[in-house]
Design a protein around this ligand. Sequence first.
Ligand code: TRP
Ligand code: SF4
Length: 329
Amino acid sequence: MGKIGKTVLSGMRPTGPLHLGHLAGALRNWLKLQDQYHCFYTIVTWHALSSEYQNSKVIKESTFEVAADWLSIGLDPNKSVLFIQSDIKEHAELHLLLSMTIPLPWLQRVPTFKEMQRELPDKDLNTYGFLGYPVLQTADIIIYKAEIVPVGEDQAFHLELAREITRRFNRFFGNVFPEPQILLTEVPKLAGTDGRKMSKSYGNAIYLKDSKEIIRKKISTMMTDTRRKRRADPGVPDDCPTFTLHKAFVTEEKIRELETGCRTATIGCLECKDVVIESLIRILSPFWEKRKKYERHPQLVWDTLEQGNKKARRVAQKTMEEVRRAIGL
Ligand code: TRP
Ligand code: SF4
């Protein structure tokens, strides 16, 4: 099907239903890639556990939500391998083997290790498992000999470290793994309903599975440029949280028109918001249809993941045979 030989891998933590930020930042790109490359997309349950171990029972439900969202938005099990990380035990074995070679300071200087502890003070993240987060991520990637890893800027440090870890393995044990390359994905900054960055933890997200009515309500009450107190006051679209949604989900032509309308106060905010609301409804209508089907028949989702697991496992097992041989075990 015209795919070139390269392998892509990326992962998402199961934190619950996905929102517009996931669509604009990752999924749209993943959809494109699945037509060009051999793609592996994984729900990284063990990574979720590294910060949710006090609340581990939520992971399974979140895994379902993510998978249902993936399938409904068009990730296609006939094009991509969609699987659950913790169902492929080989990742854990490779994580262990890699861990033998990695100098502790490499992990201690990972910025997110300290940052997350500061940001989430109610969780004890000063753990062995959390320190090893980037090691597990490396195992996820190289066990499929993935050459391309599409991620946002926030993962750049992890990817650089994954490359270092891979080089070190290859130097000790022989050239088993290609060095994975980061494919830096441009992640548009989407504002949530309160004007801050859209995020589940701020409670300001617009979810893919939100209904038409909810989307309409969330966006029509969303913050706009504070200059537009009255209809006749001109505004600055770049200072408008709602306009971050336009930039991600409305055509360029329409954007330019609305920009002028806002600056000259020839359109009102409600009218402007209507454009992005209608655009989202158009984009998400087929998604909602499919998702309803998966909600009615959750087993379809689990069966699809199980098929993906089987494909992933075959590749991972083959790699691990090579790894054990290279090390001499
Ligand atoms: N750490 C990534 C994140 O938080 C998730 C992840 C785990 C991942 N394993 C991966 C991403 C492998 C890319 C490749 O978003
Ligand atoms: Fe924002 Fe549009 Fe209102 Fe301008 S007209 S402030 S861009 S919602």
